[in-house]
Design a protein around this ligand. Structure first.
Ligand code: GLC
Length: 438
């Protein structure tokens, strides 16, 4: 199966085994606490944004070790942190700007200790970096995104030179890829080319050149798909929606990762009430893996430097499930097509262990039918994953008898019938582990 997936330069093996990562959106917008796009949404000019947020940023409760442990306990295997978001503010001590954490009241580099903490807790390191920059004085003003959509753009652009901004962008990316040890994922965001040339894409970022530099400095890095390059990417990144099937490009399956939020916005949003439940989030992760993809689940820490209580509750809930069910996620992928997906279920498959995982989304009464010869020929043993308790295979005498007498349920193909306990196991999503014959 793996050979059908489009091959790229990045080292995708660890990535597709890991399956579950933490996205972190953290910047000055955490103070506004009403969406990381607030500068654009409310058209806040740079001096005003600086006056409010840059001058008062001081995350005094920041504890990267605790963040990393929370991610590890949730079962996450990598993380991706916003080194700079569209607002232009940098978390690290860049030599190319003063618009950075060390120049705020907080007075220190926030990125280095985070990278160290996550790495020490066994997570791979990913850096998100915004191509867009609403702060840099050379970044040309366009009508699409940024805080100056209604301003006199021609006038403002007289003093701006996008090529100089591109140089800044490349310099900072070089810093990120040389000062923080091995980087496993580089996540650029985003391009918006327009037919009339009014947007920004590969020309404005000088993406080809940037891509070459990234590959030179970090050959195996996994790269997302937002540089506006046809071939210069490793990961397709559906955002805030679940693909219906394994993501393909020109008919070929590709490595993909859905990125999702808890409640809608990526940066800390105090007043959002659309938080998804632990149950929904676990189903989303299962859904990704059942289609051969990863899930990058976002946390927006507060401006004091903490994960808020709603995020912590959900991460703990996911971790509780992952502790017992990681086996149906890590190293797993879409099940081979010959296995029919049973009613109300999602399948994942571990090709190395040759085990199938039946995620039961709605608990049936006593019997779950696995229809088709693939199951009948190959299932050797079955157990509930949460407690390794045996699940009987075949028909219970009563059911077999009823079927025979009433001549109901006669099927052309053979089926395996899982004999489930009447009570749903007390886990969010129960999983039956099927051992396949070699
Ligand atoms: C976007 C948004 C954004 C977020 C990101 C995550 O394109 O601009 O705020 O960082 O996608 O995928």
């Amino acid at each position: 199966m793996a050979e059908q997936v489009r091959r790229t330069a990045g080292d995708s093996k660890w990535f597709t085994e890991a399956r579950f990562g933490m996205f972190i959106h953290w910047g000055l917008y955490a103070m506004g606490a009403r969406h990381e796009w607030l500068q654009h949404n409310e058209q806040i000019p740079v001096p005003e944004y600086e006056r409010r947020y840059f001058k008062h940023f001081n995350p005094d409760l920041y504890d990267p070790e605790m963040w990393a442990k929370t991610a590890a306990n949730a079962g996450m295997k990598y993380f991706v942190i916003t080194t700079k978001h569209h607002e232009g503010f940098c978390l690290w001590d860049s030599e190319y700007t003063d618009y950075k954490a060390p120049s705020t009241p907080c007075g220190k580099d926030l990125l280095k200790p985070m990278v160290d903490a996550y790495r020490n807790n066994g997570l791979r390191v990913g850096l998100y970096h915004s191509l867009i920059d609403w702060h840099h004085p050379q970044y040309t003003i366009d009508p699409h995104v940024g805080p100056y959509r209604n301003a006199d753009r021609d006038k403002m652009n007289k003093t701006r030179n996008q090529a100089k901004y591109a140089e800044y962008l490349h310099n900072q990316v070089r810093e990120l890829l040389t000062k923080f040890g091995k980087i496993d994922i580089m996540w650029f965001d985003f391009s918006y080319p327009k037919p009339d040339g009014s947007g920004k894409g590969r020309n404005e970022w000088q993406s080809e050149k940037l891509y070459k530099m990234v590959r030179e400095l970090m050959p195996g890095v996994m790269l997302d798909d937002r540089l506006d390059l046809e071939k210069g990417w490793d990961i397709k990144t559906p955002e805030q929606f679940q693909p219906r099937e394994w993501v393909t490009v020109n008919g070929q399956k590709v490595v993909w990762e859905a990125c999702q939020t808890f409640s809608g916005s990526w940066g800390y949003h105090r007043d959002e009430s659309s938080w998804r439940s632990v149950d929904e989030l676990i189903r989303t992760l299962i859904d990704c893996v059942s289609k051969g993809g990863n899930l990058l689940l976002n946390v927006g820490p507060t401006a004091r430097g903490e994960f808020d209580y709603r995020a912590i509750a959900r991460l703990e809930g996911i971790g509780e499930w992952m502790r017992r069910h990681g086996r149906s996620i890590y190293g797993c992928t879409q099940a081979p097509a010959e296995f029919n997906v049973p009613e109300n279920c999602k399948l994942t498959y571990n090709p190395a262990a040759r085990r199938l995982y039946v995620h039961i989304l709605a608990w049936p009464y006593r019997h779950l039918y696995l229809d088709g010869n693939a199951f009948a020929d190959r299932v050797e043993y079955a157990q509930l994953l949460n407690d390794a308790s045996e699940i009987g295979l075949g028909l219970e005498p009563w059911v077999a008898d009823q079927m025979a007498r009433k001549k109901i349920g006669k099927r052309q193909e053979r089926s395996v019938v899982l004999q489930l306990p009447a009570d749903k196991p007390s886990v969010t999503v129960p999983v039956v582990e099927l051992f396949l014959k070699r």
